[in-house]
Design a protein around this ligand. Structure first.
Ligand SMILES: [Zn+2]
Length: 556
């Protein structure tokens, strides 16, 4: 069976409709469905013909818009010079460029298109290969590397060949699409609900690249853990430029027998985080294996090994600027206080300029302080200022997570919040109370107790509270039972119709009676209460106002 093999381009699928040989509409194709109309932007791409080479033709052409790797590297260089956001990979850059409001910006982005399919009405065309060649005649740009294969073995050879050669292309490809050449056979096979039966894709394995190890950087994280990071000669790998890779720890360095100047092979683990796999060739500058540092490069404190772990630690918990940066960055991160725009480079400046000595100091920063940072204009300073302010009333679980209590990550923070409901309850929690939580052993319980015993942490909590950074208490409305079995009587005028309060009481398992008796648990009193108020006083029933009511509910 004859097949056509084409490189699968890692770009954006689009469809172009031509009427009477003129480009009428161009749109994105998400999941096989026509998406956004982006005709004006597509008209700026040189490899898309405005008019076909022959008159009077109507057809639909499909292809992939991509950004060449070289253009991508240039674009990111320019973005970086203008202090604009960098694109993660050529595909994102192409997508961002296509969705510009202003076609002139799209025009500057050096996008290109490879056409890979057409819906034609020409009866003389019997094969996919003929379709491609016809499209080429009409003025479309084809990927020159497509190949008609006589049998499946040729197709396999094609895949093997391009798995190696793809690194030398100026565009990203993530696999090969293999299509049956004969259109009549294609028609007969048709489609499943998801895809054509006459085509299949081969995905290339994760890329590996060789590059030079320029340096080994020492990172000190928020917990004091010291990790070595490989600084690499920039290399393009699985769709993005890689300049750094993890080396995990110093045992790993010993295992790899690696040193600065060596040629190394890197790959993306799970295709996201790059890692160094092996040394290909020892460098001439340094012999032997890289030795771990004896002192913290940030605070000069002697590093210590951690018990039962391969990592080294900087023991200067509250004096090490690297650990402080790590803590602040963690504080601002998504699963913690979620302060938009407060990333690593800004945190580093705030700490280096002595503007921030603890997370609490974030909340006394002024717009002027922020405008003093490198490359910060008034608008970005104001935005960050607003983002910090609006983070002052976090969910309790996020706040606990942000504190960075050892061994208590995101999930444990949620469990602690659920169990203790308020920060104060957590502060005074007993060992056994914490250990009652499923999954919380002695190690976590001790760590929580230690945290709240520590004077630095207590000072931090006081400062946060003084700056009105106060986590929400847990709203128990979802558990619906904190009024279980309690009888309420309502009297006087409240801020909302009585029905509302009756509803809330019932939702939480309580009931509402019309008269006060010894069985009444609470009398909720509004303005100008009636005789029920007096009766409650006589019987010694607990009298509460609206605020007390909401406190009981756990909302304030
Ligand atoms: Zn240190």
């Amino acid at each position: 069976m004859e097949v056509v093999c084409e490189l699968k381009i890692d770009g954006l699928a689009i469809a172009l409709t031509y009427e009477n040989s003129g480009l009428k509409v161009g749109a994105t194709r998400g999941d096989g469905v026509t998406g956004e109309n982006i005709t004006q932007n597509l008209r700026t791409i040189k490899t898309i013909p405005e008019h076909l080479n022959k008159d009077g033709i109507s057809l639909e052409a499909r292809g992939e818009i991509y950004m060449p790797k070289s253009a991508f590297l240039e674009l990111n260089k320019r973005q970086s010079e203008m202090n604009q956001k960098l694109f993660a990979n050529p595909r994102n850059a192409a997508a961002g460029s296509l969705r510009q409001q202003n076609p002139q910006i799209t025009a500057q982005r050096e996008l290109a298109m490879f056409t890979y399919a057409g819906i034609l009405t020409n009866p003389e065309i019997k094969t996919h290969e003929q379709t491609l060649l016809y499209l080429k005649d009409m003025g479309f740009n084809l990927n020159p590397n497509f190949k008609k294969c006589k049998n499946i073995q040729e197709a396999i050879n094609y895949c093997k060949y391009w798995d190696k050669e793809r690194y030398n292309l100026d565009y990203a490809t993530d696999g090969v699409v293999i299509k049956i050449n004969n259109l009549a056979v294609q028609n007969e096979l048709g489609f499943t609900s998801r895809a054509p039966r006459w085509a299949t894709a081969f995905k290339f394995p994760p890329e590996e690249m060789s590059t030079k190890l320029l340096d080994i950087e020492i990172n000190v994280g928020r917990t004091g853990a010291v990790t070595p990071v490989a600084v690499l000669e920039p290399v393009f790998l699985s769709g993005s430029t890689v300049q750094r890779a993890t080396l995990h720890n110093f045992d790993e360095i010993k295992r790899l027998d690696i040193n600065i100047g060596d040629r190394v092979l890197i790959k993306k683990a799970a295709e996201i985080i790059p890692k160094v796999i092996t040394v290909l060739e020892k460098g001439t500058e340094n012999t032997g294996t890289f030795e771990p540092p004896e002192k913290c490069p940030f605070c000069n404190t002697k590093l210590v090994p951690a018990e039962g772990e391969v990592n080294l630690y900087c023991p200067n918990t509250y004096g090490c600027p690297a650990q402080l940066k790590g803590r602040i960055e963690y504080w601002a991160s998504k699963d913690c206080m979620d302060i938009d725009g407060l990333g690593g480079s800004i945190v580093a400046q705030l700490v280096d300029k002595n503007l921030v000595k603890s997370p609490a100091d974030l909340y006394t920063l002024t717009v002027d302080d922020l405008m003093g940072l490198d490359l910060f204009a008034e608008k970005s300073a104001q935005n960050l200022y607003n983002a910090i302010r609006s983070s002052k009333t976090p969910e309790l679980s996020r706040f606990i997570n942000a504190l960075g209590i050892r061994h208590a990550g995101k999930e444990m923070s949620e469990l602690l919040a659920k169990k203790f409901k308020t920060l104060n309850n957590l502060k005074i929690a007993k060992m056994q109370d914490i250990m009652d939580i499923e999954g919380a052993g002695e190690k976590i319980a001790l760590s929580v107790l230690d945290f709240f015993k520590n004077s630095y942490n207590n000072e931090l909590l006081q400062k946060l509270e003084a700056n009105s950074v106060i986590p929400k208490t847990i709203d128990d409305s979802t558990s619906k039972d904190n009024f279980a079995g309690l009888a309420f009587v309502i009297t006087g005028t409240l801020s909302a119709p009585r029905d509302n309060f009756e509803k809330i009481i019932k939702q939480h398992g309580g009931k509402v009676s019309s008269s006060v008796s010894k069985k009444t648990a609470y009398v909720l009193v509004g303005e100008s209460p009636g005789s029920k108020f007096d009766k409650a006083k006589t019987l010694g029933i607990k009298i509460i106002n609206e605020k007390d009511f909401y406190d009981l509910l756990g909302e304030s």
